[in-house]
Design a protein around this ligand. Sequence first.
Ligand SMILES: Nc1nc2c(c(=O)[nH]1)N[C@H]1C(S)=C(S)[C@@H](COP(=O)(O)O)O[C@H]1N2
Ligand SMILES: [Mo]
Length: 335
Amino acid sequence: MLIKTPKSSDLKESEVTPENVYLNRRDLLKSLGFLGAGALLANSASANAIDWFSQEEKVKFKTTSLKYQADANSNNLSLTPESKVTTHNNFYEFGAQKQQPAELSQSFKVNPWQLTISGECDKPITLDYDDLTTMFALEERIYRLRCVEAWSMNIPWIGFSLADLLKKVSPNSSAKYVFFETLHDPVQMPGQANRRLGGGIAYPYVEGLRIDEAMNPLTLMSVGLYGKTLPPQNGAPIRLVVPWKYGFKSIKSIVSIKLVSEQPQTTWHKLAANEYGFYANVNPEHDHPRWSQASERHITSGGLFSRNRINTLPFNGYGEQVAHLYKGMDLRKYY
Ligand SMILES: Nc1nc2c(c(=O)[nH]1)N[C@H]1C(S)=C(S)[C@@H](COP(=O)(O)O)O[C@H]1N2
Ligand SMILES: [Mo]
């Protein structure tokens, strides 16, 4: 990583680094207060930033291939290319801009890892890193992912049903909801240490589902995508994928799953209850207060900014499998 005033003989950084990466680094430095109007990185704080970046470039995160069976579950959209799935992310723990998670998460440590399943159940367990990919038969599921910001992708995930995991701990009759927590580690997750970088949300990131939503066969615990273990920016080593809900429900890098009796607090709802509900079912008829949810920019192959606008489907196209969960509920009230 070169940040210096170029001599005319030197290559400019913009000539050796892809533009999106280059711009992104500048944005990050700016957001950390390192890039002023004139002087570039002349003090010791900025020297640390340089160390941090060169460190980060030495440690490249490695994915390994996973054995899985393909599931019948498919849809008629083409896949979003892997290069987009892994570079356009929302993972505020590693920065609130789309390219930052891929940039700033590459030295994230996922092994050892512990995932505890506890609360209202008879047999709580803690899974280690190896358990995550060996305890259950892995399946490939191609699911649409619809972000509340009105962009979408179509992603080949690998994982197992959350229901299989929950059955292992024998939930008791008080288990009405499931509460999920992301790792809290400000040393590894710069967005948790820096409010500006982390988008001003409270950490750890938390999410929740009603127990019947959690037990629905579509609800996936994902450990991989595109035939390999998850890269950190997509939520390694294990994340939730709930395809009929807005993407923010699909919490990443989970360390705790707790069966609880009351509806739990969730990160985005806490931040802006009028904009983000607990249910967050994809619903083209219920607009976000600041924008329409009737259509979405579907991210496909082509240049980074080549996107198709498609109509958003109720329950993101999974109504047949999940609409019955909400029978009799006013989905405008329970948004
Ligand atoms: N811990 C955590 N989980 C998270 C987020 C986050 O910022 N932190 N962002 C959510 C949002 S808004 C979306 S759209 C999806 C994006 O998943 P992807 O980056 O794998 O496409 O992750 C969700 N899970
Ligand atoms: Mo999102």
